[in-house]
Design a protein around this ligand. Structure first.
Ligand SMILES: *[C@@H]1O[C@H](CO)[C@@H](O)[C@H](O)[C@H]1NC(C)=O
Ligand SMILES: [Zn+2]
Length: 225
């Protein structure tokens, strides 16, 4: 194609993306020279990872009942950087960082594990955080709730009914949110929507008619706790 034609196609594509409110997904591995980076390239790969970012985003919009882009957080690009860091992964704004040290040391099906981690981290990109005031355990619980509903809960997670506090975070809170959603399907979507403007534990009572403490007692009682 000649240069003019390429430029025209590029600007048409950019226009189409802008009008559709499309989101772009990108992934790079900056640590392909490390054992974990090599394992990422062999077992997962940047193309698969990009597809997961896209699939996870669609799944999250459905889970949050955000049918149109106007309902969603205004994000136009999500980037995954696979890098030589400790820990597992973290998300800052619209950038997800995945640890090759974690990938290198993981024992088991690393592709499935990375997929689950990416569902969790992609949720952080899209979820509302109560203008920074939301309970941190709830934020992590919602991210793991999405991972659970997508079918990527690891076998080592707590079972339903386990845990000491509703806002313990991660799997404990995810299981509790799953219980709350069973009382009123769409609960998590309503909770996330309320978290756009601020945060109070009273959101649970506003949606379900019971305080979060009472819901936690009911939940524990259901499982004999
Ligand atoms: C395993 O984890 C340690 C500590 O983070 C790291 O130094 C090491 O490189 C990792 N091993 C692999 C194979 O990635
Ligand atoms: Zn998290």
């Amino acid at each position: 194609m000649n240069k003019l034609h390429v430029a025209t196609v590029a600007s048409l594509l950019a226009l189409a993306a802008a009008t559709a409110g499309a989101v772009t997904f990108d992934a790079t591995n900056t640590a392909s020279n490390t054992p974990g980076g090599q394992r990422f390239d062999q077992a997962v790969g940047v193309n698969y990872a990009k597809q997961v970012l896209s699939d996870a985003s669609t799944f999250i919009w459905n889970t949050f009942n955000q049918r149109s882009p106007a309902d969603r957080k205004p994000v136009d690009a999500i980037t995954l950087v696979v890098e030589d860091i400790g820990g597992v992964a973290f998300t800052s704004a619209n950038r997800i960082h995945l640890s090759t040290q974690y990938v290198g040391n993981y024992s088991g099906d690393v592709k499935t594990e990375v997929t689950g981690v990416l569902y969790h981290e992609t949720t952080h990109v899209w979820q509302w955080d109560g203008q920074g005031k939301a309970n941190g355990g709830l934020i992590e619980g919602i991210a793991d709730y999405v991972r659970l509903k997508a079918g990527y809960a690891p076998s080592h997670w707590v079972k339903p009914g386990q845990g000491d506090r509703w806002d313990q975070g991660y799997d404990v809170t995810a299981r509790f949110l799953d219980y709350c959603d069973s009382l009123k399907p769409g609960f998590v979507a309503l909770l996330n929507a309320k978290m756009k403007g601020g945060y109070t534990d009273d959101f649970f009572a506003q949606i379900l008619g019971k305080t979060v403490q009472q819901l936690w007692k009911d939940y524990k009682a259901k499982y004999g706790g």
